[in-house]
Design a binder for this molecule. Structure first.
Ligand code: NZQ
Ligand code: ZN
Length: 383
């Protein structure tokens, strides 16, 4: 394994009734910005439970965060923080809400423009408002990492910013809160966590390492538990396993001693910046097509993946056969769950692919060295 330094400071409280811990965890803070989405938390009763935990605090609300969150709401949140001298941001929702909270937390302490300084120039921050989360939708892992993804609709760029100051202080995880997530969003989250694991697994070093062992075990567990959750969205065992897998998938653990890829994510972020599709559904389309484009020379890894994740014996296959079978297994899994695997299934045609390819950063990582023309070929192969 390559060398590493690891520290993840997020306090996770994982149990049915986790929200009851809010009162205790939020004790040191007084002026709270409560950030949430389009209203599901009011329908499900989560809002009332959160407000109970916030009794006695001064609460300012920022609602209406949309999936694939945009800069506008971040600017609004930054203004609210300054006006009300906010000392803690509480995100109640999924990745979109938590990511917006992170951008607000950093932006409120910045002299310059948060988009230019952080998301474009990737400048380090030296201060941020502390934040916490009550998770209602599983998949992105934002509850246990220090990154966030925001879309600037003016330039159609969706990209990420990360800094250790943006780790949530605490995240409250109650698997029963996820029972009401619409099925297609649940599927999106399941694909997202599987994709997060693959982004790290399919990168160097490919020699035997414990991080890859953990990844294999988690990918097999995603498959098992997804099949149960699809049949019964209120299966506590499956929903709780999926919830914790999602956090583990992108909290830094699986990447220890390894490179990381994230290029399927780069390709997907452009897709959702242009077409506003759920992140995980975009990944179900682009991730297998990306792997098809870059697998040459890594056949041994795909053999190992076939055997340990899909329980298929690859010993009689050559490297290309093994890689191609592995990728079709991934696509079959996504189809079985009800996710799309081609762009046309999301009503996306060829018309903007060239513009999208030009608007996506070229990249060079362990498995790939992609120029704009390669990116276009991958998009076209997914039509
Ligand atoms: O807005 P409301 O009304 O709350 O409805 C939401 C939203 O429409 C609904 N929902 C959430 N919890 C619910 C619920 N509906 C009923 N019951 C509940 N308990 O679900 C919809 C989707 O929510 P959203 O937060 O958009 O989904 P997700 O968690 O998949 O977040 C996606 C965003 O996270 C980014 C994605 O790119 C995308 O912008 N990502 C963030 C990452 C990170 N910070 O580490 C990594 C990921 O790779 C990803 O890029
Ligand atoms: Zn993702």
């Amino acid at each position: 394994m390559d060398g590493f330094i690891f520290r993840n400071p997020v306090k996770i409280i994982f149990k049915e009734g986790a929200v009851e811990h809010l009162k205790e965890e939020i004790k040191p803070y007084n002026r709270i910005l409560l950030v949430y989405g389009g209203g599901s938390i009011k329908k499900t009763g989560i809002y009332d439970k959160v407000m109970k935990g916030l009794e006695g605090k001064s609460v300012t609300e920022l609602s209406g965060i949309i999936p694939n969150p945009e800069t506008t709401k971040v600017y609004e949140g930054i203004e609210l923080c300054r006006k009300n001298d906010i000392d803690f941001i509480l995100a109640v929702g999924g990745g979109s809400v938590i990511d917006s909270a992170k951008a607000i937390a950093a932006g409120a302490k910045l002299d310059g423009d948060f988009w230019d300084e952080l998301f474009m120039k990737k400048n380090d921050i030296t201060d941020a408002i502390p934040l916490g989360s009550v998770l209602t939708m599983v998949g992105t892992g934002s509850e246990m990492n220090s990154g966030g993804v925001i879309t600037n609709p003016d330039v159609k760029i969706k990209c990420s910013y990360g800094n250790p100051l943006l780790y949530p202080v605490f995240s409250l995880l109650d698997p029963t809160f996820t029972y009401t997530v619409p099925k297609i969003q649940m599927v999106s989250g399941i694909v997202d966590m599987f994709s997060h694991i693959m982004e790290v697994y399919f990168s160097l070093p490919d020699d035997d390492n414990i991080s890859d062992n953990l990844s294999e075990s988690l990918m097999a567990a995603v498959i098992r538990n997804a099949r149960i959750a699809i049949k019964n969205q209120e299966d506590y065992g499956a929903r709780s396993n999926l919830m914790w897998i999602a956090s583990l998938a992108i909290n830094g653990l699986l990447a220890l001693g390894k490179g990381e890829d994230w290029q399927s994510h780069t390709l997907e972020h452009t897709l959702s910046a242009y077409y506003h599709i759920p992140h995980g559904l975009g990944l179900a389309i682009v991730h297998p097509h990306y792997l098809k484009y870059v697998y040459k020379g890594h056949g041994d890894k795909f053999k190992r993946f076939l055997k340990r994740v899909f329980d298929v014996d690859p010993s009689e296959m050559n490297e290309d056969e093994a890689a191609e079978l592995a990728i079709s297994k991934i696509q079959d899994l996504f189809k079985e769950l009800g996710a799309p695997t081609k762009l046309h299934e999301m009503d996306i045609d060829e018309s903007r692919l060239e513009e999208m390819a030009m608007n996506t950063d070229e990249f060079k990582v362990d498995y790939s060295d992609l120029k704009h023309e390669d990116i276009l070929k991958i998009y076209k192969s997914a039509l």
